[in-house]
Design a protein. Structure first.
Length: 239
């Protein structure tokens, strides 16, 4: 499965965020917050003896996570967290794994920085980043040299539109494939699974000029799949 097919698989599974017992203003706020995600936001009211304001996230297979609205908003205010098993974090993680649409370069850079910062803080594992072209990588070379000087094994992927820049602390993978040319990805694998895993990934493709469509995920299995694909397809390193 290519990176594009992986994105299409996420795109085909639209979720429904159901807001129970909340004011219409809350529903409108959540619609605005997730307007660029592959999720619809609807409002429902329970019967007498209702359990307060809460959210559920569901798809065609049914409801798979729920939380109260206050906890969910607290999670929105604290994105840089150690991921736990509470309902609010779980729901937010699932929303992070839904498709985003029409992200600008500025938003893509901001999301990429979060993953790069996590790799720096964890200080182990591997980081795989797709820059589309070497000329784009050129502008990020100093940052990736610093990351590569840590204990993180850093890999950069790009189409060679210019001569390879000088580099010593990261591995450079050159390929002229359409997949590398149109894909923007930053994937961090800390080498751990389970509750202690810090794995995360941003994967997107450029469908319109400088507009990106893709998803963000904390799911270790998805991160492992992306890393395996990159290593098997683009394993040759430019020396």
């Amino acid at each position: 499965m290519s990176l594009s097919e992986l994105i299409a698989g996420v795109e085909s599974h639209e979720g429904t965020l159901t807001v129970f017992n909340a004011d219409a203003s809350v529903v409108e706020d959540l619609r605005d917050r997730f307007a660029d995600r592959n999720v619809s936001v609807v409002r429902e009211t329970t019967g007498s003896g209702r359990p307060g304001e809460f959210l559920t996230l569901s798809d065609a297979d049914g409801v798979y996570t729920a939380t109260d609205i206050e906890s969910f908003y607290d999670s929105l205010e604290d994105r840089d967290r150690v991921l736990g098993e509470d309902g609010a974090a779980s729901l937010l993680d699932h929303l992070d794994e839904t498709l985003f649409t029409s992200w600008s370069i500025e938003r893509m850079v901001a999301a990429s920085r979060e993953i790069e910062d996590r790799a720096w803080r964890v200080g182990r594992g591997s980081l795989h980043a797709g820059f589309q072209t070497l000329s784009t990588l050129q502008g990020e070379r100093d940052l990736y040299e610093r990351l590569g000087d840590s204990a993180v094994d850093v890999h950069a992927y790009a189409v060679p539109d210019i001569d390879p820049p000088d580099h010593s602390s990261f591995r450079l993978h050159l390929d002229r494939s359409e997949e590398i040319a149109k894909s923007w990805f930053v994937v961090f694998d800390d080498g751990r699974d389970g509750a202690t895993s810090q794995k995360c990934a941003l994967l997107a493709e450029e469908r319109d000029p400088r507009e990106f469509y893709g998803f963000w995920t904390y799911d270790p299995a998805t991160v492992d799949y992306i890393v395996d694909h990159l290593e098997s397809r683009y394993g040759i390193v430019e020396q």
